[in-house]
Design a binder for this molecule. Structure first.
Ligand SMILES: Cc1cc2nc3c(=O)[nH]c(=O)nc-3n(C[C@H](O)[C@H](O)[C@H](O)COP(=O)(O)OP(=O)(O)OC[C@H]3O[C@@H](n4cnc5c(N)ncnc54)[C@H](O)[C@@H]3O)c2cc1C
Length: 407
């Protein structure tokens, strides 16, 4: 049984099914309606440098005061969760960032291939494609100011090439003339519609005999070897093995199994323009605004913003207004009239690493959540690794940094 039908749960369930397990997915919502719905869709092999890096604290005031900035917070919420924030920022020292990057690369390396392999022969296949990823900058010196992050990427063999103004104009003719430099990353890709990708995976899972149960998991009934049945709002369901992949909502379930999970929602937003009327050939990371612009199947999507507020606080329209203003600057000729907005929850732990592994004291329960900003990229590999763990197969890789009892 798998709780959660986001990209992580869907990938886990499909991998288990492919190994011959008889699998039920339990989700309170239809598949792909959590964070996996509205992300930027990038299968980002390069996304191994966590948000907290040396010097980040000094940048906070400017980011918060900037009306176009990527950061927003509710001070009371931050004060209430001070321990999480202190721990999070303490992981931003150089040696720790390098360690975290090495661990994350175990999950991001090959992410587009993992996606293509997972989606093969499923309803998800039309929704994922290989494509170079561009980091775009006003000037070359803006790229140089990020040398710390690029050196880490390079040290892991992440290849890239520099793109000058003229070549960039050919590659992306509608991009603002203020952007004159880019970094081109091969071995990347993106989901043309992340929600349809997940729905397509689950549809095939169901066609192949898997069950999808719409129910909210609330707790557990235990036997001698630990949890044996899931208590839901529609009844109690026994299981042989259970995987918790409930994204940002996983902590309360984990707590009932005696696992301390300091999980925080890093709220993020998107704006999607249905008829932008521009040519966009590559997904773009716009580092000046820390957002991503993706040419989705149904329009141009700008996704970004990190907002620290309670999970149940209503979306803040000022955040999507910021993204709309960014869109105007990025593509001056785009038609931005027809826009839809969305807010979702990145599931984040203080060390920016997910929890993947077996639960001590409950030998048949596994966890797979906490993929913060890169869960779309790393979901398929996570699903494959968890399916191996459930099947008792060796991982042939040191995954101890992701262990469940590390906090
Ligand atoms: C603005 C934004 C942009 C992003 N861009 C990218 C990107 O470009 N690339 C990338 O790799 N990542 C990106 N991410 C991160 C990525 O979206 C997440 O890391 C990923 O979707 C997490 O997947 P998940 O399956 O763990 O969680 P979710 O997709 O949130 O799924 C969790 C599921 O669990 C269900 N659930 C929760 N509690 C219960 C319960 N008690 N009972 C039953 N069901 C339950 C929910 O209904 C939900 O369907 C972005 C995130 C945001 C917010």
């Amino acid at each position: 049984m798998v709780v959660g039908a986001g990209i992580v749960g869907a990938a886990t369930a499909l991998n288990l099914q492919r190994k011959g397990f008889d699998v039920t997915i339990v989700d309170a919502q239809p598949p792909g309606e959590g964070a996996s719905f509205g992300n930027a869709g990038i299968t980002a092999r390069c996304a191994i440098v966590p948000v907290p890096v040396p010097g980040i604290i000094r940048k906070f005031p400017a980011m918060l005061l900037d009306p176009m900035g990527p950061l927003s917070l509710d001070f009371l919420h931050v004060a209430r969760n001070a321990k999480w924030f202190i721990d999070y920022l303490l992981h931003g020292r150089a040696s720790e960032v390098e360690r975290i990057a090495g661990e994350l690369f175990k999950l991001t390396d090959g992410s587009i291939d993992e996606h293509l392999q997972l989606a093969r022969d499923t309803g998800g296949a039309p929704w994922v494609t290989e494509r170079d990823y561009l980091y775009v900058y006003p000037k070359r010196r803006d790229f140089e100011s990020e040398a710390f992050a690029w050196n880490i990427r390079r040290s892991h063999g992440i290849e890239y090439e520099e793109v000058g103004a003229a070549q960039l104009r050919e590659m992306e003719p509608d991009l603002s003339a203020d952007i004159t430099f880019a970094i081109r990353l091969p071995q990347h890709g993106f989901a043309l519609d992340p929600a349809k990708l997940v729905k397509g995976l689950v549809e095939t899972f169901c066609k192949n005999g898997g069950r999808l149960l719409q129910a909210r998991a609330q707790g557990f009934e235990s036997g001698e070897t630990g949890a044996r049945a899931l208590i839901t709002d529609t009844g109690v369901i026994p299981f042989d093995r259970l995987v918790i992949a409930a994204g940002a909502w996983s902590a309360s379930l984990a707590k009932q199994l005696g696992v301390r999970v300091p999980l925080m929602s890093e709220r993020g937003y998107h704006v999607q323009f249905a008829n932008p009327g521009i040519c966009q050939n590559h997904p773009l990371m716009v580092t000046s605004g820390k957002y991503v612009a993706t040419p989705m199947a149904d329009g141009l999507r700008l996704a970004g913003i990190v907002e620290y507020k309670p999970m149940d606080a209503p979306p803040d329209p000022r955040m999507t207004d910021r993204l709309k203003r960014h869109a105007r600057l990025l593509f001056p000729n785009a038609d931005l009239d027809d826009a839809e907005t969305w807010m979702g929850h990145r599931p984040s732990l203080p060390d920016s690493l997910p929890m993947i592994g077996a639960v001590p004291e409950h030998k048949d329960v596994f966890m797979a959540f906490g993929h913060q900003h890169i869960g779309l990229s790393t979901g398929p590999r996570t699903g494959r690794l968890v399916a191996q763990m459930v099947a008792g197969e060796p991982a042939n890789q040191d995954l101890s940094a992701f262990r469940v009892d590390r906090f």
